[in-house]
Design a protein around this ligand. Structure first.
Ligand SMILES: [Zn+2]
Length: 299
């Protein structure tokens, strides 16, 4: 199938963006932040929603931000024919990765308080940060250690107890496995998952949102190792194929808005990279629907 036919096949369909950040503009993070620092800029949010709509996106699950942008964005999204859900802000362990998208906890009581804060703010689900981000300096390296199994279990217990589903930023074989075993409802990124991690996700019925476009955007970027970035994408695609064979659930989310992942373009790229990994459109559609039902507003 030539490139045009493939694109046409995608264009006939409506797309899901199961992991994005409306607060980020797809380029420099500091610049994106500066735009909304004195309060969410509705004009900028509108242009991002327009870009998503033009790309065919009808569903957008936000990963949270620290400035209230996704909260305003959710109100505006319907105008663009987009169903949007958001955790408002993400929740991380103080001193670990995650302050750019949310707020930190030091003990379970603080985690509970932040969970209640999401409820008061009208959040649709809880987003937890369970590991660092990929450094692209050396293969497999992450920016900080992952959470312990007991911490993950406690967070999931509290969030589920409050009636929330749990979206989980997590990389690294052990932490992905611990997260799946703790009962999180989705694994975001999930890089460097080994066989045991994949089996744990498949067994638990975890939806995996692999954000291939976000790592592909690091291939050839200055300051980062090209071979490491390429290998990271390739190994993730191989893991996805294996997970799909196990009957695992996969949903399309590009980390739309992250560096090198402009809204609209990023979602399309994610579908291409999933197709390249051998994940069929039927599989993606099924995973997307499970995720959408699981993370519905107010459930
Ligand atoms: Zn994200």
């Amino acid at each position: 199938m030539n490139h045009f036919m493939k694109m046409w096949g995608i264009m006939k369909e409506t797309l899901f963006e199961c992991h994005g950040h409306l607060m980020m503009g797809g380029a420099d993070y500091a610049a994106s932040r500066a735009v909304h620092e004195k309060g969410p800029d509705r004009n900028v949010i509108a242009s991002e929603l327009r870009a998503l709509k033009e790309a065919g996106v009808i569903y957008f699950r936000d990963g949270g931000d620290a400035l209230g942008v996704s909260r305003i964005g959710r109100e505006m999204a319907a105008e663009y024919g987009i169903e949007m859900v958001t955790p408002i802000y993400a929740i991380h362990k103080a001193g670990y990765y995650g302050s750019i998208v949310g707020r930190g906890w030091r003990d379970p009581e603080e985690f509970r308080t932040l969970t209640e804060g999401v409820k008061k703010a009208g959040g649709d689900f809880i987003k937890i940060m369970a590991s660092g981000i990929i450094t692209f300096k050396r293969y497999g390296d992450l920016s900080c250690p992952g959470l312990e199994p007991e911490e993950l279990k406690e967070m999931v217990r509290i969030a589920h107890g409050e009636g929330f589903r749990v979206m989980t930023h997590v990389n690294g074989p052990e932490t992905v496995r611990f997260a799946a075993q703790a009962g999180v409802d989705s694994v975001e990124h999930g890089y460097f998952s080994d066989k045991a991690a994949l089996e744990a996700m498949a067994e638990a019925g975890t939806v995996w949102v692999p954000t291939l476009a976000a790592t592909a955007a690091f291939v050839g970027r200055s300051g980062f190792d090209r071979d490491t970035a390429e290998r990271t994408v390739r190994v993730q695609q191989e893991a996805l194929a294996a997970f799909s064979d196990m009957g695992g659930l996969i949903a399309a989310g590009s980390d739309s808005g992250a560096v090198g992942v402009p809204h609209g373009e990023g979602t399309r790229r994610e579908y291409e990279l999933l197709a390249q990994a051998g994940i069929t459109p039927e599989k993606i559609r099924a995973g997307n629907e499970v995720l959408r039902n699981r993370f519905r507003r107010g459930e």
